[in-house]
Design a binder for this molecule. Structure first.
Ligand code: FES
Length: 90
């Protein structure tokens, strides 16, 4: 189980947080991960000064997320984590 929290504070909202949420929902759908990924919104994470939206994947804070790079981040951070988990976490 991987938890993805997307910042929906006002600054991230303006930078497209809701686009990222929708993109995340379709990626979860696309990869059939509904039972393995928990998607939530979170309040400001104090990274407003960074470019792009702030996203937290299992406690790892990633800033500079945009609709352009989110797919890549999802594959790199979420899919690889789930793979590790299913192989016993080693
Ligand atoms: S509003 Fe997202 S980090 Fe501040």
């Amino acid at each position: 189980m991987v938890t993805i929290s997307i910042c929906v504070g006002s600054s991230c909202h303006l930078k497209g947080a809701y686009d990222i949420i929708h993109q995340c929902e379709s990626l979860i759908e696309e990869f059939g991960l509904k039972s393995q990924v928990e998607l939530r919104g979170t309040f400001c994470l104090g990274r407003c000064t960074e470019e792009g939206v702030t996203v937290v994947v299992d406690g790892e804070v990633l800033s500079g997320v945009s609709p352009k790079n989110f797919r890549e981040i999802f594959v790199e951070k979420v899919l690889s984590r789930l793979k590790e988990e299913s192989s016993g976490g080693h």
